[in-house]
Write a protein that binds this ligand. Structure first.
Ligand code: COA
Length: 330
């Protein structure tokens, strides 16, 4: 457990000392007025760096997030669920494309981002480094992980950087379909036979603490929240999104007769806040730094996909004038 220190090196506002102070003040005034910042507008270096870091990590999470669910497409029970899951996984990969495009407007190429992902230089969401052993694990992701993503992204879609906000608006609309699909799948298991209920309960037990970590470390040890909220890149803090998700989904989980694996979980009616057992933040640090249960496997699959797709990219990028390689869609 972390004492008082930050989880990573804290982003220091001192980095802004070298910026043109007049431009910085005008930039911040625009943000305070609720204006959107667009790619060709002036922005502090730190704003650009932070956005690239966050959007890129988000894009990678969508790509890697497709893997645990993707393995369940052929094994999903029934044709309709196979179709639903296939559409969902396809959407997630599409979200990554929207996000990579948004990050590219800030000056980092897609090739560099993918290279950083497959070589372990970039982070992606902790949660996708855990295994989806059963169909119920896949159902948990579809419902409750996507619900967490929606809480975070609906808030951030009201943020300051135009291209990211527009991508998030579109993503959230598609995510709301995923949420319905996931809720249907979890409800079916949770109200099914004793074996189905047990399977869903076991999945909930496995995913509960990684899910609490999904929203990021507590505000008091979060490295970037302060600067990101000052610039309205993040609209809610990590603790606020975690609380919002607990508020919306704990009652729904209880309604299904499932047991949340935390005796201390309760809503403090005086403060209006949920109290819960903290997840193991040391485990979190290990997982996001490449040492989780599935990190190596996830990156190995991405490296393989990158290699296998190389000829397709080469064929598409070849000059249209070279008729020999023109694709059917060209
Ligand atoms: N998984 C992996 N890494 C995480 C994480 C998570 N759930 N939460 C935090 N981290 C990492 C941060 O990236 C940062 O590492 P870095 O400095 O090497 O980049 C470090 O932990 C400290 O966290 P914090 O200061 O709180 O980071 P943050 O202010 O960027 O907040 C998020 C973390 C995830 C809340 C924020 O980046 C975010 O809202 N991202 C966009 C949405 C997204 O990516 N969702 C996940 C997939 S749907």
């Amino acid at each position: 457990m972390y004492g008082g220190g930050y989880l990573f090196e804290k982003t220091s506002p001192d980095l802004l000392k070298e910026e043109d102070q007049e431009k910085l003040a005008a930039f911040e005034a625009r943000i305070d007025r609720g204006e959107k910042i667009e790619p060709h507008d002036w922005m502090p270096k730190l704003y650009r760096q932070q956005l690239i870091r966050m959007i890129e990590q988000h894009a990678h999470s969508e790509i890697i997030g497709a893997l645990p669910e993707g393995t369940w497409i052929t094994r999903a029970p029934g044709f309709k669920r196979k179709l639903g899951l296939m559409a969902k996984v396809q959407d997630e990969v599409g979200h990554a494309q929207l996000l990579y495009s948004a990050a590219e407007t800030l000056g980092k190429s897609r090739e560099q981002m993918i290279d950083d992902l497959i070589n372990g230089r970039s982070k992606y969401s902790n949660i996708f480094n855990y295994p989806a052993y059963t169909w119920a694990d896949s159902c948990f992701i579809s419902w409750l992980v996507d619900a967490g993503a929606i809480v975070n992204q609906v808030a951030n879609s009201k943020g300051s950087y135009g291209p990211y906000c527009r991508a998030l608006e579109r993503i959230c609309i598609e995510e709301s379909f995923h949420l319905k699909f996931g809720h249907h799948c979890v409800t079916y298991l949770a109200t099914g036979t004793p074996r189905q209920r047990q399977m869903m309960q076991e999945a909930l037990n496995r995913w509960w603490y990684p899910m609490l970590m999904f929203f990021g470390p507590p505000d008091k040890i979060s490295a970037h929240t302060e600067i990101l909220m000052r610039w309205k890149v993040k609209i809610l803090s990590n603790d606020e999104t975690r609380q919002q998700w607990l508020d919306m989904y704990v009652p729904k989980i209880w309604e299904l007769g499932l047991t949340i694996p935390d005796d201390k979980l309760r809503k403090n009616e005086e403060t209006g806040k949920w109290e819960f057992t903290q997840p193991d933040w040391e485990e979190f640090k290990q997982v996001i730094n490449g040492n989780g249960p599935c990190n190596k496997e996830r990156l190995a699959v991405r490296r393989m996909a990158e290699k296998r797709g190389e000829w397709v990219r080469r064929a598409i990028l070849v000059k249209a004038s070279n008729k020999k390689y023109v694709t059917p869609l060209a």
